[in-house]
Design a protein around this ligand. Structure first.
Ligand SMILES: *Cc1c(COP(=O)(O)O)cnc(C)c1O
Length: 423
């Protein structure tokens, strides 16, 4: 028996139990999601799609995958869903492979302003294979100026426009993005990896009616297993006039499905797909909307408390589950890395993050990103988040004071005892 890995898994469980988790992209799944992921389904090969597999013995996993697809379509009001992408980055890569040719121009949100690596960063596949262009936020307001997005689109003639981000605390104007995409003849992709759970709860603008294609992760605010998904509100005939041997137009659903498999991936992870189905079931229950409302209320309280303590929040506040803090608003000599290191000594986990127009490097950064989805899943409400903001401020302000950080850690650990995890 392998005692080394089981000991380490136990150590990680203890870390998750006793620390404050504020990484905006993390969450705590239900025990039911964990159980599905740890099931015998991991043994099954199922290349292909339900009813059209390249392996025998798929009668059961066909039903599981179909249930995941149907639940996801119900959750978002989508006509089409693919639940096979192994991650959010894989979902995006499969879409790019499906709708772009190498060298095509794309237009996405600037990574250094809060965008994602998979939207055209030079270190990612998307930036190496396609000609990447970016829009960003205004330095004054910290928000996206849609007239400038339109101007940029007219300049670079992208084949694909991407909206969605990893560190943007404002909602998206999908309708205006679609008008711009239509004007320049681009397809529009919304990557809702971060706010998916809040969109599912109908607490934010809905991308489905406006965007040709929507991708997401399933493990952030959606609170499922680590994975990716692709959806379309309505299937449509491919815009390039490709036809079948019989001369019928090929639908985008077929193009996206073959982009995922065999284009980008091999066998699907049916244990993870089962866990996705469980998470979609949970997200369809009325209390998931209550959860989403609490996530947003908690983020707003956290932002207010930090602002009252002299911190600068990019765009001045939040409409979703996260906020990006520019530490230069309060300190001249504290980088994102310093803040992250101080907080971890107090058992508070956040991540350092570039802020728009950052004067420091990506390794140092001038910002931190904070999200409320994970701690809300643990049962925290507004008063708890006010308390967390106080501890964050105390830890960052006393980053060199080991005794103070150690005292804070004890308080944090005692606080977390109220919120048991997988007991
Ligand atoms: C997290 C994220 C992804 C990628 O997810 P992985 O599962 O880590 O590949 C893609 N897009 C956005 C906007 C994200 O925030």
């Amino acid at each position: 028996m392998d005692t080394e890995i089981s000991r380490l898994i136990q150590a990680e469980l203890e870390r998750q139990r006793h620390g404050i988790e504020l990484i905006a992209s993390e969450n705590f799944t239900s025990q039911a999601v964990l159980d599905a992921m740890g099931s015998c389904l991991t043994n099954k090969y199922a290349e292909g799609y339900p009813g059209k597999r390249y392996y025998g013995g798929c009668e059961v996993v066909d039903q599981i995958e179909q249930l995941a697809i149907d639940r996801l379509c119900t959750l978002f009001g989508a006509e089409y869903a693919n639940v096979q992408p192994h991650s959010g980055a894989q979902a995006n890569a499969a879409v790019f492979l499906s709708v772009l040719q190498p060298g095509d121009a794309i237009l996405g949100f600037d990574l250094s302003h809060g965008g994602h690596l998979s939207h055209g960063s030079p270190v990612n596949y998307s930036g190496k294979v396609y000609q990447a262009n970016f829009y960003g936020v205004e330095e004054e307001t910290g928000t996206i100026n849609m007239d400038k997005v339109a101007q940029k689109a007219r300049e670079v003639h992208p084949k694909l426009i991407i909206c969605g981000a990893s560190a943007y605390s404002r909602d998206w104007d999908y309708k205006r993005f679609r008008e711009i995409a239509d004007e320049v003849g681009a397809l529009l992709l919304a990557d809702i990896a971060h706010p998916a759970g809040l969109i599912a709860g109908k607490l934010l603008n809905d991308p489905i009616p406006h965007c040709h294609i929507v991708t997401s992760t399933t493990h952030k605010t959606l609170r499922g297993p680590r994975g990716g998904i692709i959806m379309m509100g309505k299937d449509f005939a491919n815009p390039w006039g490709r036809t079948t041997k019989k001369g019928e137009p090929i639908m985008m659903s077929a193009i996206l499905n073959s982009g995922v498999f065999p284009g980008m991936q091999g066998g699907p992870l049916e244990h993870v797909i089962a866990a996705k189905a469980v998470a979609f079931y949970e997200a369809l229950q009325p209390d998931f909307k209550t959860y989403g409302k609490q996530v947003i209320a908690n983020a707003q309280v956290m932002a207010q408390e930090l602002v009252s303590r002299g911190y600068k929040i990019i765009s001045g506040g939040t409409e979703n589950h996260l906020m990006l803090i520019d530490l230069r608003g309060k300190f001249t000599d504290v980088s994102g890395r310093d803040a992250e290191n101080a907080l971890i000594k107090a058992d508070i986990t956040i991540n350092k993050n570039m802020v728009p127009f950052d004067s420091r490097s990506a390794l140092l950064t001038s910002g931190i990103r904070i999200g409320t989805a994970a701690m809300t899943s643990r049962g925290c409400t507004e008063d708890h988040f006010r308390q967390m903001a106080v501890w964050i401020d105390e830890a960052i302000s006393n980053g060199q004071n080991e005794a103070k950080l150690s005292a804070l850690k004890h308080e944090v650990n005692r606080f977390m005892n109220q919120f048991p995890l997988y007991s």
